[in-house]
Design a protein around this ligand. Structure first.
Ligand code: NAD
Length: 372
């Protein structure tokens, strides 16, 4: 689940504010300048959404209408009652509608170039592998899978099929987060001292996210992964070790199978530390970096919309964008230009390794060294 201060559906266009006190970082500027560069402007790749739940319905399908290089051409669903509505709303022909059983035959369908896997976490691996075997490129939602072995199998299947795999890390295409990546890289505020990341949100009883078999774990898998990601790209390097502590369960009814909350600390080279916190029984949405010459902060930090950024010098002056549209367009451009995606399967695998290490650290109470 993304985070959500606001799960609003209206879409913003990818424009930046008039030049602010903080010059837009080169990488972010390049992303927009290059939008479409090197590819046939008329070419649109067909995407089939696999799983028609909340994220597909409220975010991805509307975002697809905002893309330049993608088109919603198919759906794969286990819920026949949803088909008519989707067909009518998005003009999807009968021949591009699949269920989980006949989905293999998608291999013969030239309308579909990419399968976007948007089902509960534990199902990501099997459908990513099926899509790759059917000769399709794949975008898989986060977390990539519920085990390291599954991530490795997904990467291997895509490699064998000669197809590209990317993870739905939408914030890599978001200007505030891109600025954070750049600040860290260029040491704009001097040496980093401390990173703080919080992503917490109430989870209702009965949700599959509370069922370990389908989710692979609690808020860490769903929300804490944003803290892990943000800490890494703020630090500009991978962590070297982790310590963690599971929070007390105050609601045993809801949290029978997964953690209610967890705090963890990622240690980076040069004594940079990220203090992270995630919970399904609280709310919080923050990314902050304290550095030698000042601080920079996002709050809310991980939302689809309404991200607000400030630094010790003032407002960041960046506008919100349609993250998912930019993410999908970037992947389409990578396929068309045969270039590497910035959010590849290897990144998803790295993050799942870290999530597993956090659980191990919480269980043992010991520091776990990371070899990434
Ligand atoms: P959801 O519960 O709203 O939808 C899940 C879909 O999967 C439903 O259509 C459901 O019918 C289908 N499904 C198939 N098999 C199922 C099973 N065994 N149990 C339950 N549902 C099953 O969930 P969602 O919020 O759309 O999340 C789907 C995936 O997308 C998750 O992996 C989640 O982490 C990810 N996600 C990512 C973001 C993001 O910001 N990148 C945001 C939300 C969700």
């Amino acid at each position: 689940m993304g985070t959500t201060y606001h799960r609003r559906q209206f879409l913003h266009h990818a424009v930046f504010a008039v030049p602010s006190m903080i010059a837009m970082d080169a990488m972010a500027a390049q992303l927009y300048k290059d939008k479409g560069a090197g590819v046939n402007q008329d070419k649109k790749l067909g995407i089939a959404l696999l799983g028609l739940g909340k994220y597909s319905e409220e975010q991805l399908a509307p975002a697809l209408a905002e893309t330049q290089h993608c088109k919603l051409t198919g759906i794969i669903t286990g819920s026949p009652e949803k088909i008519k509505k989707w067909q009518q709303k998005y003009d999807i022909p009968e021949k591009n509608i699949y269920n989980y059983e006949n989905f293999d035959s998608i291999k013969d369908n030239p309308d579909i170039d990419i399968v976007y896997v948007v089902v509960p976490n534990a199902l990501h691996a099997q459908y990513t592998i099926m899509a790759a075997n059917a000769g399709k490129h794949v975008i898989c939602e986060k977390p990539m899978a519920t085990s390291v072995a599954d991530c490795q199998a997904m990467i291997a299947a895509c490699k064998k099929a000669g197809k590209m795999l990317s993870i739905g890390y939408r914030l890599h295409f978001e200007p505030h987060h891109m600025a954070f990546m750049d600040f860290g890289k260029k040491k704009k505020f001097g040496k980093l001292n401390k990173i703080t990341a919080v992503d917490s949100q109430e989870m209702e009883k009965g949700a599959w996210r509370l069922d370990r078999e389908r989710s692979g774990g609690g808020p860490l898998m769903d929300l804490g992964i944003y803290c892990v990601q943000a800490a890494i790209y703020s630090a500009g390097t991978n962590p070297i070790s982790v310590t963690a502590k599971e929070g007390e369960k105050t609601d045993l009814d809801r949290f029978q199978e997964v953690e209610q909350s967890i705090e963890f600390q990622l240690e980076f080279p040069n004594n940079v530390v990220a203090n992270c916190q995630t919970s399904y029984a609280d709310s919080g949405n923050l990314l902050r970096v304290d550095a030698e010459k000042g601080f920079y902060e996002l709050q809310p930090a991980y939302a689809y919309d309404g991200i607000k950024g400030k630094t010790s010098q003032g407002d960041m002056g960046l506008k919100n964008v349609n993250q998912q549209a930019l993410q999908m367009d970037d992947f389409a451009r990578c396929i068309l230009n045969k270039t590497q995606t910035r959010v590849p399967g290897d990144m998803g695998l790295r993050d799942v390794k870290i999530l597993m290490a956090i659980y191990e650290a919480a269980k043992t109470g010991k520091k776990v060294n990371l070899d990434l």
